[in-house]
Design a protein around this ligand. Structure first.
Ligand SMILES: N[C@@H](CCC(=O)N[C@@H](CS)C(=O)NCC(=O)O)C(=O)O
Length: 205
């Protein structure tokens, strides 16, 4: 198995999941300029990470698809929910929320020029984006008051994706200091050996 990553990007979630699964895999760390190279565009025409290549050469893109595929291909890792249809749906509920709502709310913070040409307006846009991200994270914080992991009592493929997004929140100045359940979650993940191995491999530790 091979995973294409940008250091610290959303692909870090898949990287952590591969660590948790514990089967042999290879990580290819890309530079941003390599995303548009003909070789990488042949793997992912969207010029984005993650991209996953299975043992037989089959290529899968889109973070939610890759995370779900890994959870289903390695059921013994216990990352697909509690084994019931509702448990699986809980995992998907949180993957959808993180991918569609949270992840995308960071785009104005990382790339304000995609929204506004006038640099003088970037700060106001970014401040608004911080408020939007904060509002979404408040909901997750309330959810984690009742359970240790997003989908219940056991960790799943959704949790490393939330962890990645929390790292972005810290890096972009979103104030989450008072969100105690998120802080506990983030500290638990940061102390996890698989997370630490993935972070080191991406030069993020
Ligand atoms: N829809 C894609 C989006 C993935 C995505 O946004 N990847 C970002 C990194 S987190 C990326 O590769 N960005 C490339 C760029 O900004 O040039 C997915 O969910 O996998």
């Amino acid at each position: 198995m091979k995973l294409y990553c940008l250091p610290g990007a959303c692909s870090l979630a898949d990287h952590i999941v591969l660590e948790w699964i514990g089967k042999p895999y290879e990580v290819k760390l890309l530079g941003r300029d390599e995303l548009k190279s003909p070789a990488y565009l042949a793997i992912n025409p969207a010029a984005s990470v993650p991209a996953f290549v299975d043992d037989d050469g089959w290529v899968l893109t889109e973070n939610v698809a890759i995370l779900n595929y890994l959870a289903d291909r390695f059921p013994e890792a216990g990352l697909a929910g509690d084994g019931t249809p509702r448990g699986r749906a809980e995992v998907n509920r949180w993957l959808a929320f993180i991918n569609s709502d949270l992840h995308k709310s960071f785009v104005p913070l990382f790339a304000p020029h995609r929204f506004l040409d006038d640099e003088g307006q970037h700060e106001a846009l970014q401040n608004k984006a911080r408020q939007n991200v904060r509002g979404l994270l408040e909901r997750v914080d309330r959810h984690l008051a009742d359970q240790p992991w997003l989908a219940g009592e056991e960790r799943s493929v959704a949790d490393p994706y939330l962890y990645v997004v929390l790292r972005w929140a810290a890096a972009t100045g979103v104030d989450t200091a008072d969100l105690a359940h998120l802080a506990k979650f983030q500290a638990r993940l940061a102390a996890d050996p698989g997370v630490q191995t993935a972070l080191r491999a991406e030069g993020q530790a």
